[in-house]
Design a protein around this ligand. Sequence first.
Ligand code: PLP
Length: 465
Amino acid sequence: QHSNSAEARDLAYHLHSFTHLPSLAEDGPLVLESGQGIYVTDNHGRRYIEGISGLWNIVVGFGEERIAEAAYAQMKKLPAYHTFFGRTASPVIDLAERLIELAPVAMKRVYFVNSGSEANDTAIKMLWMLNIGAGRSEKRKIISRKKAYHGTTVASCSLNGKPYIECFGLPLKEIIYTDCPHYWRDGRPGESESDYAQRLADNLEELIQAEGADTIAGFIAEPVMGAGGALVPPEGYFEKIEAVLRKHDIAIIADEVVCGFGRTGNMWGSQTYNFRPDIICTSKCLTAGYFPMGAVLMSPEIDAQLMEAAEAMGEFPHGFTTAGHPVGAAVALKTLELITEPGGMFDNLRRVAPHFQAGLQKFADHPLVGEARGVGLIGALEIVSDKATKTPFAEEHLIGEQVVRRAQANGLILRPIGESVIFAPPFIISEAEIDDMFARTGKVLDEIEAHVQKNGLRAAAAAAE
Ligand code: PLP
């Protein structure tokens, strides 16, 4: 690359988020210039299918003029405002009302933030404040799950059940973890999905007993674990977990940042998996990534308790300058209209989802694929070295990175998560585009299989066992 190229300047001046640095140094960044529908185009004019909607969020696709126009109109009218000191802008009121209408269970009030991380941090602070307000200052712990991803700020990063958080000296002392539900990987021989779910619920019960229910404020979960690898919960899981939590008066925070607004085939992941959140955190699809925004929805009970604590303080002493942004609200209102209108994007998702899931399942027999899993318009292929033993490839082979690199060469943007390859295309994708995406995927997997065979990577894995 020329030393003055966009790629060279990016490498020189810009620190990327969650990027494998040796691969970046070798391959350089992917610099995107434009997008239309499910496609993005890079600075060399190469076109790619966006197989994961950016970061799960650009669900309306690219080049959606109706959102651009809504943003522009609001920019001209009132380009910015805040929600401090009792102030707000009218689209923010409309959006709060719309979110309460769309909520999967009766919700009372909405709090606006800029991101999913901020939504989760805010939910935790709400629980902390309302418990302190009610004289239960010991009731502070939050149960998260191994492999969970809830964000990047100090508290939400602490919720991530991933080893890397130790490099920040996290988690916070209030955060504890229970099992990650992954039946294919962790179910015991002969154990049914529902027995497995019961075992996890029993483990949760034990954890709560050991810690003391009166020290635990909440439990947070993604209905489908996104960055954990598009992990779909086993049958009956959330019903069983909810029963344990209700018994111990532990609030349920549904992190609907990925699942909210349709991804799992219902408007909310908590509807797909039949549980009733006390707090819902959303972001991403809310504005389809066209504007940074998130929201926290509170049940009437949570709201009443928080209001009581806030009244004692005189206020809810929390807030982000740009949260409840009028342009964000205008973008969100338009996005939600495009998603929910009859014949709109959610209807398209429901129409194509069975085709998407069937396409994914066709890879189940591929020698590299241990599990093909998904729901709605989200799915993953878990890559293994040995199908029978479910053994992954050794980390140094960077199989996930290889898949992504070869996918990119084949005009497809995918995301590796550990050994899984994730698919979460925009809601507007057609059946023909799904076929195209999976045809490219098949080509990539065959290339990887040839690479694995040529280099004897499977034998190396077996020898290492
Ligand atoms: N929660 C979930 C389930 C997520 O997938 C993410 C981001 O990927 C977040 C929270 C954090 O959102 P943000 O990156 O907007 O802070």
